[in-house]
Each structure stands twice: as structure tokens, then as C-alpha cells.
Design a protein around this ligand. Structure first.
Ligand code: UD1
Length: 377
């Protein structure tokens, strides 16, 4: 019997949340009997030990075949630089398709390069919309979906959004959530929160009991790059911390802003334990044992729903509505009154327990690979 030749698929990652999404896809391409052969490109949008290497190591992602090393810059410069450096990669071999995940600058940059070279584009996590174009990710999502040939969705609302935007029904496949694949595959390996706290020499940290703390993450430019909003939000956080201790792994963007605005003293006036940006297994361990999470991250909204941990989203809207309608998420924006009443509600009632959405079952990547395998033949 003649063996079907392998079809090389370029898989792109750039920023932290991409790593959790690509890990199960690469694993499924390698493990299932398929004609697919992954070729991993890291754009270098996120770099260094805390933002890149620890994720590759913890999630067993193979070393990228190519690292474009773009680093940080403005949106225009970063996007342009990724495009410039990605184009020659596509000339090196006979690639069958380019697969991009999520909504970061690397997603749209590599997507545009692919389609202009007539290489089919596959988008994993398509169709999510918050209809707020001040959010860079919303622009990346809409544009990537418009140029994609095959679109995989995490929730049914995404399908409706895509149809409204004129995408052909036959190109859309509801497969579930690859981020949850990674969560379920790793939840038993999560690093216990006590171990993560041991690394900080903060005397408050040793008193923190399981289920009796909150986790905070904050990195959206709309909040952290705006001095008034950032200060107001941190003031509210300090108030919350007087009711329940808060563990706060600080994203580099946020750390820079806190430093330059001199807000460190404000933070230390409350019961807030600041940590550097954490690896995947550390943050998973923190979330798993938390009373609740406060965040502006899309990924954490989904992960808390999968874990059944209440989440307060510090944004005016979400592109992941199923986390609110079925999961544990409540949108409170950065409005102090809404945040404080959200916290009160959780402390009094335990908060939303929710249910796990359809197909968030740990097998999304396998579904993707089964469909892809047929599609490339
Ligand atoms: C990016 C994504 C965002 C995603 C987030 C996850 C876009 C438009 N934004 O935002 O959707 O939720 O990643 O973290 O693609 N920095 C470092 N080390 C790094 C990377 C960045 O110190 O490895 C610092 C740099 O000072 C940089 C800043 O963080 O200027 C912001 O990084 P950038 O990748 O531009 O955006 P994020 O805020 O991380």
C-alpha cells in the first residue's frame, strides 16, 4: 500500500495564550493517524523565561522550527515586523496551510501573509466578538475570520456571529475549546498555590488558606495604560483585599505602568500579594484553589468556567458570552460599585457555580485534527 505523503501545516504562536491553544493541536497532529505534519513558528511577540519558555517547557511544546524574534513594539511596528519575517518562511517549503489561534497581533499578521501567498488559512477560536473596536484583539479577530478558509469555534454564538459577517456555513466547525483541552490535561499537575507563594517573602502569604483568597490579573491596555483607570481599579482592589486576601501575578505591561505611576505604595497598603508573571502550572494552581478570580483576560474567563470557580470580569463586555450564560463569569467592568457588590455576593453566597459548556471536554483538538485531516486530502 502506498503511504499518503505528509501535508505540512505551519502552526503559528506568538503570545502567551497561544501556547495553551497550540499545545493540544500539535500533540493531536503527532499522535493521531493523520497526514498532517506540524511546522511550528514562534513569532517572538512574547519572549523570555516567564512569558515564553516556562510555557513551552510545562506544556511540552516542541522547540519551534523557526523563531522570528520580533519582540515588543507598537501595534503597527510589531505587526509589520512579524509579516516581514514570516513571509520568507513560507517560501522555504511546500506548505499546505497556515494555522493560527486566538486574536493576538501574531494571528492577523501571519494570517495576512499566508492568504496573500495563496496558502489556505485555518483559524482556531474563530467568531468570538465583543463588538468593541477599541480593543486591538477585536480587530484582529474580525479580520482574521474574514480571510480564513476554515474556522473552528469554541461556542455556538461564534457561529452566528460569523454567519452575520458573511462567512460560509460550510467553512465553520464547532469543535469546543482547545484551551480547556490543555486545562484538563494539566489540572492534576497544577502547582499547589502554597508552593507558588513560598517563593515570595511576604509574611501575609504564609497565612493564606485554601479557598480563602482571590486571584487578580490585569493587563488590558484600556485599563492599565490609562493612569486614572489603573489607579481607580487598584484602589478598588485594595478595598476588596480588606475583605479577602488577593494574589496578583503582575503582567509586564502592568508592572511597567504601576512602577512609572508610582502605584506600588497604594498596592502595598492593602492585603495584596504581588507576584511576577507566572507559568501555566502556577497560575492554574492559584485559580484552582481560589475563592474567586478577578480578571480582564479572555483565557481566565474560560478557565474559571471550566474549573467552576467564580469569576468577576473587569471589562465592560466579553467576547465569550457562554462563560456568563452557562459558566461562572459575571461582568463588572472596572466600576468600583459593581466590583464591590460582585465580591459581596460571592462572599455571601459562594457565587455562580455554572456548568461546563458543550464540547469543553478535553477533546477539541482531536475534533479539529479529524476535520483537518479530511480537508487537506
Ligand atoms: C498580548 C496580546 C493580548 C494577550 C496578551 C497576553 C495583542 C494585541 N495583545 O498583549 O491579546 O491577551 O498578549 O499576555 O497581541 N513584555 C515583556 N515580555 C514579553 C512580552 C511583553 O516584558 O515577553 C512587555 C513589553 O514591555 C511590551 C508589553 O509587555 O511592550 C506588552 O506586550 P505585547 O505583546 O505588546 O502586548 P500584551 O499586553 O502582552
Amino acid at each position: 500500500m502506498t503511504k499518503m505523503p505528509k501535508k505540512k501545516i505551519v502552526c503559528v504562536v506568538g503570545a502567551r495564550p497561544n501556547f495553551m491553544k497550540i499545545a493540544p493541536i500539535i500533540r493531536a497532529m503527532n499522535n493521531q493517524q493523520t497526514v498532517l505534519d506540524p511546522y511550528l513558528v514562534h513569532t517572538g511577540q512574547h519572549y523570555g523565561a516567564d512569558m515564553k519558555t516556562s510555557f513551552f517547557d510545562q506544556l511540552n511544546i516542541p522547540e519551534p522550527d523557526v523563531d522570528l524574534n520580533v519582540g515588543s513594539a507598537t501595534h503597527a511596528v510589531q505587526t509589520a515586523e512579524i509579516m516581514k519575517r514570516f513571509e520568507p518562511v513560507l517560501d522555504q517549503d511546500d506548505f499546505h496551510a497556515v494555522l493560527v489561534v486566538g486574536d493576538v497581533n501574531s494571528t492577523i499578521a501571519c494570517g495576512m501573509v499566508a492568504v496573500k501567498k495563496n496558502i489556505p488559512l485555518i483559524h482556531v477560536e474563530a467568531g468570538l466578538r465583543c463588538y468593541d473596536k477599541t480593543m486591538p484583539e477585536e480587530i484582529n479577530r474580525v479580520l482574521t475570520d474574514q480571510i480564513s478558509d476554515l474556522l473552528f469555534t469554541t461556542e455556538r454564538s461564534a457561529h452566528d456571529n460569523l454567519i452575520k459577517e458573511g462567512i460560509s456555513d460550510s467553512a465553520i466547525h464547532f469543535v469546543g475549546n482547545v484551551m480547556v483541552d490543555t486545562l484538563l490535561a494539566n489540572v492534576e499537575r497544577a502547582i499547589p498555590y502554597q508552593q507558588t507563594l513560598l517563593n515570595v517573602s511576604d509574611e501575609n502569604a504564609s497565612n493564606i488558606k485554601e479557598g480563602e483568597y482571590s486571584v487578580l490579573t490585569l493587563h488590558r491596555p484600556a485599563t492599565v495604560d490609562h493612569p486614572v483607570y489603573l489607579k481607580q481599579t487598584l484602589e478598588t482592589i485594595v478595598q476588596v483585599s480588606k475583605r479577602i486576601p488577593i494574589i496578583f501575578p503582575v503582567h509586564p505591561r502592568t508592572a511597567k505602568q504601576i512602577e512609572s505611576l508610582g502605584l506600588n505604595n497604594l498596592l502595598s497598603s492593602g492585603n495584596v500579594i504581588s507576584l511576577p508573571a507566572l507559568g501555566y502550572l502556577e497560575i492554574l494552581g492559584l485559580m484552582k484553589s481560589a475563592k474567586f478570580v478577578m480578571t480582564d483576560s479572555g483565557g481566565l474567563q474560560e478557565e474559571t468556567t471550566a474549573l467552576g470557580v467564580p469569576c468577576l470580569t473587569l471589562r465592560p463586555s466579553t467576547e465569550r458570552p457562554i462563560t456568563v450564560s452557562e459558566g461562572t463569569n459575571t461582568i463588572v467592568d472596572i466600576d468600583p460599585d459593581q466590583i464591590l457588590s460582585g465580591v459581596d455576593n460571592i462572599l455571601e453566597t459562594g457565587g455562580k457555580s455554572g456548568r461546563v459548556p458543550e464540547y469543553w471536554d478535553g477533546h477539541a483538538a482531536e475534533r479539529i485534527i479529524t476535520i483537518l485531516d479530511q480537508w487537506v486530502k
